[in-house]
Design a protein around this ligand. Structure first.
Ligand SMILES: Nc1ncnc2c1ncn2[C@@H]1O[C@H](COP(=O)(O)OP(=O)(O)O)[C@@H](O)[C@H]1O
Ligand SMILES: [Mg+2]
Length: 219
């Protein structure tokens, strides 16, 4: 379960205060696949970064299963994040000087989480068999995105946070990514929060929330 209570956060930018949240509450059941929608600038990425302990709210109480991250030091938070949360970003964020295999294995090394899939197995699942030794630059954007999916599922961590995971893909490939995530989600039972601006992408999730005016509304 993910539980947020009374979150307040504002940014100050050139003397101007932008209030993102004043008293935000949210509860997500374990194993759910949540889509988070909302206009550009609504605060979706900020909210996800707060739940991942990357950005600190002004007032907060965030519980991830049995850990209240509010009380973790920065170092404890970093260790906790690697051991519990996988990420998929719009821009893939593969490490350019590591091969596909090394990019995937690096996550296992750093997170210290148990392995869920053999690298060979997970690469086959994302239709990249035989591409282990390639560097990211030797792959198309569509192939790189599938490496990012493989990397997000290889370690046994309970949460997956995805920020516009199909942002740069055409509809046909975005649809294949959604099918992949559905299969791997059903297999692993992980809890997913997926940011998207696209209602059709959101329709693949179990529940959609819209972030608007600093409030979360279930659709
Ligand atoms: N570090 C920051 N400093 C000041 N303002 C920020 C910062 N990060 C985000 N913002 C502002 O907060 C608002 C929400 O941003 P963001 O969370 O990226 O929204 P979304 O992901 O929904 O597009 C925007 O107005 C953005 O300009
Ligand atoms: Mg964003």
């Amino acid at each position: 379960m993910i539980q947020l209570q009374n979150i307040a956060k504002s940014y100050t930018s050139r003397g101007e205060v932008i209030k993102l949240f004043e008293q935000l509450n949210w509860q997500i059941e374990t194993g759910a696949w949540i889509a988070l929608m909302g206009a550009s600038g609504a605060g979706k990425s900020s909210l996800l970064s707060m739940i991942a302990g990357i950005i600190r709210p002004d007032i907060w109480d965030i519980q991830l299963w049995d850990t209240n991250i509010t009380h973790l030091s920065r170092d404890e938070m970093t260790r906790f994040r690697w051991a519990h949360i996988a990420f998929i970003f719009q821009a893939f964020e593969l490490i350019p000087n590591l091969t596909v295999e090394e990019n995937i294995d690096l996550v296992l090394d750093i997170s210290q989480a148990p392995r869920r899939y053999d690298t060979e197995d997970i690469l086959e699942r994302v239709w990249l068999s035989g591409k282990w030794k390639r560097y990211p630059i030797e792959l198309s954007g569509w192939e790189q995105q599938r490496v990012a999916i493989a990397r997000a599922f290889v370690a046994q961590v309970p949460y997956l946070f995805a920020d516009e995971p199909t942002g740069n893909l055409d509809e046909k490939n975005a649809s294949k990514i959604m099918e992949l995530i559905r299969t791997l989600h059903d297999e692993t039972g992980n809890t997913i929060i997926m940011i998207t601006h696209d209602a059709w992408i959101a329709s693949h999730a179990d529940i959609t929330y819209r972030l608007t005016g600093g409030e979360l509304i279930k659709e």
